[in-house]
Ligand binder design. Structure first.
Ligand code: PSV
Ligand code: MN
Ligand code: MN
Length: 424
């Protein structure tokens, strides 16, 4: 299913007057609004191929109907999102959940939807049918070299798929760790993991990056072999200049200061990318910005400041991706909400008066520092984000148009009510 241009235009025409009023009112007070809009137009957030079906929990899964049944339909869904917001122009594949059997045709289809291939993800946290060795006790860390070899080869295979598709990065997330004290020799687990990562690193094409994603707990609950940003950074530093740390917002212990982690990783030139989501407790994978929008803003504030200090392009300097999926929302509406939240946090960060903030810091004027940040955070920037969409021929209100056009109903009619997308 594709939207027709006239459908977006009609929707925008209906909302035009109201939008114009809001935008013009806001623009009066925002310095450099044109520059901000241009940055927003360029900014793209990759959609993971595993977020298009209704996620499950270990207690159950409730399909919403019309879920994509294969990679082609997943690209179709992301194509729809991209038509609605023009900010979701990339797809991230998890292999083997999605195997691009015929890379040339997958690539051609992606191009039709205006999609690029973002990082490819390997999966050594589940056993696949016909797999020789089990990952029950880990993969790259495993005490048995044969298991490590199998996991390394899988990662190299994923790189091969990525090369065919025109991707240029690999994300490695390991479930490896231990659930009970005494189970693992920590040093051996670290060294085995490092050695395995080095073999994968050696297979990276010159222009590629590898992102080492960390996670504090789950599925292992005593230790994780890449458990925090310090461990990830250790691996990345030992691997070399093509290795970076990847921050998934849900992978920290409660109350971790993620914005500080981000600032320091950027400072070290070792921040590679993001998995955006939100959480109240752990790796909840809730809609980005739904629980802690202030934290999201503070993270973007560090990103903008740190990237500017390093002369990095906001749009292309890091890998931006959503990693969320859950049980009760329409996945496409959920993704539209996540992208909107990211755009809003980015816009608010661009609004921060950096000079005034630096001056207030020099004067130890703590109150003023807070005022400056919160002034930006409390600005309702929705009309600026909508204006950027309008100028890219996207919808002023993507969720509303999605509902008005009964997109889900059409997908159900085309694909059926009982469909299950691959993923968790
Ligand atoms: C693990 O919790 C994770 O965040 C990794 O990025 C995986 O690739 C993804 O979730 C799977 O849903
Ligand atoms: Mn993740
Ligand atoms: Mn996660």
């Amino acid at each position: 299913m594709r939207l027709e241009k006239y459908q977006i235009d009609e929707h925008n025409d209906k909302l035009a007057q109201q939008h114009k009023r809001k935008f013009e009112f806001l623009a009066q007070d925002v310095q450099g609004v044109e520059e901000i809009i241009q940055k927003l137009i360029k900014f793209q957030i990759a959609i993971p191929s595993w977020a298009l079906g209704t996620g499950g929990t270990r207690f159950g899964r409730f399909s919403g109907g019309g879920e994509p049944r294969n990679l082609e339909e997943k690209m179709e869904d992301i194509g729809l999102l991209h038509q609605l917001n023009q900010s979701s122009g990339a797809i991230s594949l998890h292999i083997p959940w999605d195997i691009p059997e015929n890379a040339a045709s997958v690539k051609a289809l992606a191009a039709q939807y205006g999609l690029k291939f973002d990082a490819v993800n390997s999966n050594t946290f589940q056993d696949q049918p016909n797999q020789q060795h089990s990952y029950k006790f880990g993969s790259l860390q495993h005490v048995d070299k044969a298991v490590r070899k199998q996991a390394i080869e899988h990662n190299i295979e994923v790189i091969r798929h990525g090369v065919e598709l025109g991707s240029d990065s690999l994300t490695v997330w390991l479930a490896d760790g231990s659930s009970f004290p005494g189970q693992l020799n920590f040093r051996n687990a670290f060294n085995n993991t490092l050695e395995s990562l080095q073999e994968i690193y050696a297979a990276l094409p010159d222009n590629w990056k590898v992102f080492v994603e960390y996670k504090a707990f789950e599925p292992n609950f005593y230790s994780m072999s890449v458990g925090d940003w310090g461990q990830s950074l250790l691996y990345a530093n030992k691997l070399g200049s093509k290795a970076y740390t990847l921050v998934d917002l849900g992978h920290h212990l409660p109350n971790a200061n993620i914005e500080q982690i981000v600032a320091l990783l950027l400072n070290e030139g070792k921040l590679g990318g993001f998995h955006f989501n939100d959480s109240k407790y752990g790796d909840d994978d809730l809609t980005t910005g739904s629980i802690k929008p202030y934290q999201l803003f503070l993270i973007f504030n560090e990103l903008v400041e740190g990237m500017d200090a390093k002369g990095m392009d906001h749009a292309t300097g890091l890998g931006w991706m959503i990693d969320a999926s859950h049980n009760i929302k329409d996945p496409l509406e959920d993704l539209l909400q996540s992208v909107e939240a990211i755009m809003m946090a980015y816009t608010q960060a661009l609004l921060v008066d950096k000079k005034a903030l630096e001056q207030a810091r020099l004067e130890n004027d703590v109150v003023r520092c807070q005022e400056i940040l919160q002034h930006a955070f409390r600005t309702d920037v929705r009309a600026i984000v909508a204006e950027a969409r309008l100028r890219s021929n996207a919808a002023l209100n993507p969720v509303q148009l999605y509902r008005d056009l009964k997109v889900r109903e059409s997908l159900v009619a085309g694909r059926g009510q009982k469909t299950v997308a691959t993923g968790l």
